[in-house]
Design a protein around this ligand. Structure first.
Ligand code: ATP
Length: 239
């Protein structure tokens, strides 16, 4: 039951943003997606969630073809995603922010409330439930964003730079929250992340893009030792 990109390519005019890229996420694994700025990471996540149609290749879920289907169809099939730097609705309470998608999907109010309380407890935010989202620290807001993405009980969760702008301690809390999502909900999780220490300690596997192409794919220790990765990504990051 994998979510997969199979030999996908996307061009924007003359620019090849993804070039024959294949990647699969299995349930219960955390897959890191890394690469320098402009490597094509967000474009790939857009394809895996229906926001970008590949010009060639296919996107499949459990072997069935999802290529060209709309974001709503991906969401219904159990694929949730976050966007870079999206904030909560600041005038709503923390609880309402998590509940918002559930009622829209037709879940009864009582069941929605119950699910929201469970999620807030999981993310150590129950004491904040009745407060406005504007009262949260940045790290708490990120955790509430994860709770909101999980409310619809997705099978796959795609996170675009979830730790961007977080202090080290907040990034650690976020890492624990992501691992607990995997353990408690069994989701397959893809994480785009520039924080290399976080990626290396969080992910079971890492996929590296450079200039739209796959440079490497493997366990964190294999990726760290890969000369092509060091040249294309780590070398540049360290410079
Ligand atoms: N809608 C678009 N129209 C034109 N070019 C685009 C579009 N979206 C992305 N690109 C280009 O495609 C390339 C890949 O972009 P993408 O956002 O996927 O990279 P990225 O690896 O996510 O980068 P970053 O780490 O900076 O977020 C970049 O050169 C970008 O400028």
């Amino acid at each position: 039951m994998k979510l997969a990109a199979e030999r996908v390519s996307v061009r924007f005019g003359g620019l090849v943003a993804n070039d024959d890229v294949s990647l699969a996420i299995a349930p219960g694994e955390v897959l890191g997606l890394i690469g320098p700025n402009g490597a094509g990471k967000t474009t790939l996540v857009n394809m895996l969630s229906g926001f970008q149609r590949p010009h060639s290749g296919a996107v499949t879920l459990a072997g069935s073809d999802m290529t060209g289907r709309r974001p709503r169809a991906f969401a219904r099939a159990g694929i949730a995603r976050s966007f870079q730097a999206v904030r909560l609705f600041r005038g709503l309470t923390v609880s309402e922010n998590v509940e918002v998608g559930l009622v829209a999907c037709g879940l009864g109010r009582a069941e929605a409330r119950r699910r929201v309380r469970t999620l807030l407890a999981d993310f150590d935010l129950l004491h904040r439930a009745a407060q406005p989202a504007s009262a949260l620290s940045y790290g708490e807001e990120r955790r509430a964003g994860l709770a909101r993405a999980l409310a619809l009980e997705p099978r796959f969760l795609l996170l675009d730079e979830p730790a961007a702008g977080l202090a080290a301690a907040e990034a650690e809390d976020l890492k624990r929250a992501i691992l607990s999502i995997r353990d408690r909900y069994g989701c397959g999780i893809l994480v785009i992340e520039h924080n290399m220490a976080l990626v290396m300690s969080l992910c079971d596997r890492i996929h590296v893009l450079g200039g739209g192409k796959t440079i490497a794919s493997g366990r964190p220790d294999e990726i760290m030792a890969d000369p092509a990765v060091r040249t294309a990504y780590l070398g540049r990051a360290a410079a």
